[in-house]
Design a protein around this ligand. Structure first.
Ligand code: ADP
Ligand code: ADP
Length: 232
């Protein structure tokens, strides 16, 4: 599904050069559920943004679902993103002046989906996260946990092949966090590949695979028993 080889990302400003990714190698198979951990500033968000085709990279090779990303134009990248990728990002917040239904509708409209199919998918997705009775509510009328679940519904409505999540349970109490995780596990068991950045070791422990990013490089903890022992 996702294959990154020696991917580098350099942010250049007039005075400084930041090497956010130094030489990141990561291969994620279709249907995997991968948790990404790592210290603050290690490159996790940069990695997710590149994986989600929101940002370009400086060097290396990146293939997403068989497409060589390097050769794509901006338009082709947006198209691929809209077709295949769902985001649960804090920066992708709900739009305050749209109700939940319309919030979920934005990415589907963008994909040019017919109205009747959009309606079915949105009702289904909001139902799955337990917000079926809140479709006409606005984000401000919901708790933080409900907003988080609405953002998940928006991602689910598009049935993404690849779901990228950045701290999906970050603002939730532990019970809500568990139900969100169960939801992600459901989607995963239905075939979606999931890559989730988290600071929560308990959450990371439930993923199939743990990848640790340090200094812009990825280590697979699942295949490095000595390292995972150190982590424990
Ligand atoms: P990001 O998507 O960049 O992680 P956040 O708003 O979640 O955005 O966090 C801003 C910065 O704080 C990031 O560099 C992130 O890695 C770091 N950060 C967020 N939550 C935690 C946490 N619980 N512990 C340590 N660092 C954190
Ligand atoms: P994490 O998500 O692990 O906290 P980030 O990917 O957000 O890490 O950041 C990795 C490094 O790249 C950090 O040193 C950060 O300051 C830098 N960085 C991230 N985004 C930018 C940007 N747009 N411009 C310049 N530097 C950036």
């Amino acid at each position: 599904m996702l294959d990154m080889r020696q991917v580098t990302k350099v942010y250049r400003t007039e005075l400084v050069e930041t090497h956010a990714l130094r030489s990141l190698d990561l291969h994620v198979k279709e249907g995997e559920f991968v948790a990404v951990t790592g210290p603050s500033g290690s490159g996790k968000t940069t990695f997710l943004n590149i994986a989600g085709l929101l940002e370009t990279f400086t060097g290396g090779e990146f293939t997403l679902d068989g497409e060589n990303v390097k050769g794509l134009s901006d338009n082709q990248r947006s198209k691929l993103r809209n077709q295949k990728i769902g985001f649960i990002f804090q920066s992708f917040n709900l739009i305050p002046d749209l109700n939940l239904f319309d919030n979920c509708d934005v990415p589907l409209r963008y994909r040019g989906m017919p109205a009747n199919e959009r309606k079915l998918r949105i009702e289904d997705a909001l139902g799955m996260v337990g917000l079926g009775s809140r479709m006409k509510h606005f984000p401000a009328e919901l708790s933080g946990g409900q907003q988080q679940r609405a953002a998940i519904a928006r991602a689910l409505a598009g049935s993404p092949r690849l779901l990228l999540a950045d701290e999906p349970t970050g603002n939730l109490d532990s019970q809500m966090a568990r139900s969100v995780l169960e939801l992600l596990e459901d989607i995963n068991s239905q075939g979606a590949t999931i890559i989730m950045v988290t600071h929560d070791p308990e959450l990371a422990a439930r993923a199939q695979r743990n990848v640790h990013i340090v200094d812009g490089m990825a280590t697979d903890l699942s295949v490095e028993p000595s390292l995972s022992r150190i982590r424990e």
